[in-house]
Design a protein around this ligand. Structure first.
Ligand code: PMP
Length: 430
């Protein structure tokens, strides 16, 4: 049996054969060492939770209704929890009704179920470029043909979406759905402008589109502002995905889908085929958290924590980055999207970065087509404030060195970084 190839390769389903882990995955094992400041994983700062309150909630669930918590539940998720999740949606101005919701194992399972429900091999799905790694993973596992729509500081460029739709129409094709993260996007750190939301909703009507609105970060605006959701504009054309991962805790793995009823029914059947039901225990913990704790104040606390961290990172970037490097300026959530000058490939640079004791996610992970070689995602939500400064100093030193090297070799004429296939960089905690 050869060890350099997978001896089981021919036995896998066709959709699994082409799957591979990214080469950067191995580097992330090193990046989790304590001396490395990691801007890689998209992890919330769970230390901002009141742990005494969490402990009391968990204990009360077992003490007061342990037998139910440890039992199987229904495939749609508990009605009591769905009612409370509707309140969370309303807090952000998103319309919803208890019956519309399916509780999922985080937003990630929601995305996987949606892909399973709609995508046949080769179907076209349109998504922002860049887009969420885990969304790409879910789509790839159903062999979607993902085409990207470019973004700018106002989110997806909806006029370019129209161009893509025209091109597809000329080929006699149409997208299965459009996947979008309108609020504080992962990884670009920008939000879709209000005008573009209206234009996208209008396009959904005139071009008969289905939209998947993935919204983990809508309540994490640094000033507590909210945007109109696509679901509020064209509810029959939107499959909405929510999660408590960023507003409470990812460890409880609780998300949800709000969908038109026929779609909701299919999703329940698909989830029952996969895992029967969500965990009653974690659902009841979330339920009790939302029913008995000041969760709105907790969200404000998260907003303040991330506001401070974002400002720290932005100040440090302004101070430490060499000329020619640009980045987005987030108004909420976790991410800064960095663009480096020609001649530097962020995938190749990562090993050196880790030697400099700082880590990021190279941009290619966020594209299905190998683009993103000159970009990187910096996530500021998890490291402590002082570590953020230190990490940016280290990254600045590395980029200064690297630019000097590029300049010594190519002068002012460095080659453009080429698209290159990469495996999936999943398992980064968002
Ligand atoms: N969508 C986006 C855009 C995300 O960034 C994440 C997590 N980082 C998810 C979905 C999934 O989150 P979870 O499964 O923890 O709810």
């Amino acid at each position: 049996m050869r060890l350099d190839t997978d001896p089981y390769l021919e036995r896998y389903a066709a959709r699994v054969r082409g799957m591979s882990a990214s080469e950067i995955r191995a580097l992330f094992a090193v990046a989790s060492r304590p001396e490395v400041v990691s801007f890689a994983g998209g992890m919330p700062d769970t230390s901002a939770l009141d742990m005494d309150a969490v402990e009391a909630v968990v204990a009360a669930v077992i003490r007061e209704d342990g037998a139910t918590a440890l039992q199987y539940g229904g495939g749609q998720g508990r009605a009591q929890l769905r009612e409370l999740l509707v309140e969370v949606m309303h807090h952000e101005g998103v319309p919803g009704h208890t019956d519309d919701l399916v509780v999922t194992v985080g937003g990630q399972q929601a995305l996987e179920l949606i892909a399973k429900c709609f995508v046949d091999p080769g179907d076209i799905v349109l998504a922002e470029g860049p887009t969420y790694v885990g969304g790409l993973g879910a789509l790839a596992s159903h062999q979607a043909d993902v085409r990207h729509v470019p973004m700018d500081a106002d989110g997806m460029q909806v006029d370019l979406l129209e161009d893509v739709l025209d091109e597809l129409e000329a080929e006699g094709r149409r997208p299965t759905f459009v996947y979008t993260i309108p609020n504080h996007q992962n990884p670009a750190g920008v939000s879709l402008s209000v005008d573009r939301r209206h234009r996208l909703a209008e396009l959904a009507e005139t071009r008969d589109l289905l939209l998947v609105e993935d919204n983990p970060y809508g309540l994490l605006d640094f000033d507590g502002k909210t945007f109109p959701s696509l679901r509020s504009l064209v509810p029959d054309r939107v499959i909405y995905v929510g999660t408590v991962s960023k507003t409470f805790a990812p460890g409880v793995r609780t998300g949800w889908i709000a969908a038109p009823r026929p779609i909701r029914d299919k999703l329940i059947l698909l989830r029952e085929a996969g895992d029967l039901c969500p965990s009653n225990l974690t659902q009841m913990i979330v339920e009790r958290w939302l029913a008995t704790q000041p969760w709105r104040e907790q969200i404000e606390r998260f907003q303040a924590v991330y506001r401070t961290k974002a400002h720290t990172m932005l100040r440090a970037l302004a101070h430490e980055m060499p000329a020619g490097i640009s980045w987005t300026v987030p108004t909420g959530a976790f991410y800064v999207w960095l663009t480096v000058p020609r001649g530097i490939d962020t995938s190749d640079l990562l090993a050196k970065a880790i030697n400099h004791r700082v880590a990021y996610v190279p941009g290619r992970g966020f594209y299905a087509d190998g683009a993103g070689g000159e970009q990187a995602r910096l996530c500021f939500s998890y490291p402590e404030v002082e570590r953020i400064e230190e990490g940016v100093v280290r990254l600045g030193e590395l980029l200064h060195e690297e630019l000097a090297l590029v300049h010594a070799v190519f002068g002012d004429d460095a080659p453009q970084v080429r698209p290159r296939a990469t495996g999936r960089a999943t398992g980064l905690g968002g």
